[in-house]
Design a protein around this ligand. Structure first.
Ligand code: COA
Length: 327
């Protein structure tokens, strides 16, 4: 008998305010055609007054609980992946815990930037597999609109705000790749690549700072590292190399750029029809992008119970990884 961390609910929240590419025209030297063709992004959502990472995370968590038919009282732990917590401390996760009215359990944030949800999934899996908790809410939520330099055309057009959440539950499996739940994880980081993507603020500067990125360098690392980590995770899950196309139902990648998504799918020998794509509507929502894509993919009727999914992400650090799970 193997304990598996099984997804029993998914939900998401997107701020009401939708910003089309055209809104950037005239404010910075850019146009809809450039943004669309270089990134695949058409629009993104931005928070309004009063909305924060924790309020969006709570809304996504409530949607996931509803989808699972559970309440906050059924949850033992909350893990929130974010780089844009409301405050330096306490964690945004403890704010969500309070907003959900949870009176027990524990909550903490994970900070691995755009790869944050992969790291959260791996940590939730470890907590469940070791028997420490039965149900974990894992959330990715970001307000990158608060750390964007609106004068920088190379970054400001790429990001969006939002939140997605999954409820994971400990269930018994046979220990094979036919089990539902998380089947394998692969985590990586290389701090030497710090300068490629970072925010130039924090407690050492007394400001929250802005996103700084060498986009074409990140792009180069992304395709190569995402294909490698996805392949490693598939091997660990017992999915034979070369059989991946037949066995994998969906790849659910971090939604940063359609060209990275296409390039990675090609390296994995997977047709783009088997990739869940939301980047056109959400932009890059960092740690929120994978749970958003999972929830939207389920809502669209793409992702169904029993489907074999490969998720992968890369971001500042650089930090990257992949998770294979059966939905
Ligand atoms: N509008 C118009 N032109 C722009 C622009 C914009 N918003 N942003 C950049 N450009 C210009 C650049 O200044 C450059 O001009 P130059 O040749 O005169 O110097 C030109 O477009 C090409 O820039 P480059 O950065 O080489 O373009 P690219 O094809 O690599 O696309 C990104 C840029 C950012 C879309 C792409 O590199 C990318 O997506 N990188 C990965 C980003 C990412 O995913 N980051 C998060 C990972 S979690």
């Amino acid at each position: 008998m193997t304990i598996r961390a099984v997804v029993i609910g998914a939900g998401h929240y997107l701020p009401k305010r939708v910003v089309e590419n055209a809104e950037f025209e005239g404010k910075i030297d850019t146009d809809d055609e450039w943004i669309r063709s270089r990134s695949g992004i058409e629009r993104r959502h931005f928070v309004s007054e009063g909305e924060t990472t924790s309020t969006m995370a709570t809304a996504a968590a409530l949607a996931a609980l509803k989808d699972a038919g559970k309440t906050a009282a059924d949850v033992d732990a909350i893990i929130l992946a974010t780089s844009t917590a409301d405050l330096t401390f306490p964690s945004a996760a403890t704010m969500v815990q309070a907003q959900l009215g949870m009176e027990r359990g524990f909550a903490f944030d994970i900070q691995a930037v755009c790869a944050g949800f992969i790291f959260a999934l791996a940590n939730a899996n470890a907590l469940i597999a070791s028997g420490q908790v039965k149900r974990v809410l894992i959330i990715g939520a970001e307000t990158f609109s608060k750390i964007i330099d609106w004068t920088d055309r190379t970054t400001s057009v790429l990001f969006g705000d939002g939140a997605g959440a999954l409820l994971l539950e400990a269930q018994e499996g046979d220990g094979t790749s036919k089990d539902r739940g998380i089947l394998s994880t692969d985590l990586n980081s290389d701090g030497r690549l710090h300068d490629l993507l970072f925010a130039d603020g924090g407690v050492s500067t007394g400001t929250t700072g802005y996103v700084r990125m060498q986009g074409n360098q990140v792009f180069r690392h992304a395709v190569e590292k995402l294909a490698a980590t996805a392949t490693t995770a598939m091997e660990r899950a017992g999915i034979e190399a070369g059989e991946s196309i037949e066995n994998v139902s969906w790849v659910v990648p971090h939604q940063a750029n359609i060209r990275i998504i296409q390039g990675t799918a090609k390296k994995l020998n997977l047709p783009i029809e088997q990739v869940v794509v939301t980047v056109q509507d959400h932009g890059n929502t960092s740690a929120a992008s994978i749970p958003l894509a999972l929830s939207v993919g389920q809502e669209r009727g793409q992702i169904k119970k029993g489907d074999l999914l490969v998720t992968e992400a890369i971001g500042g650090g650089l930090a990257w990884g992949a998770v294979v799970l059966r939905w």
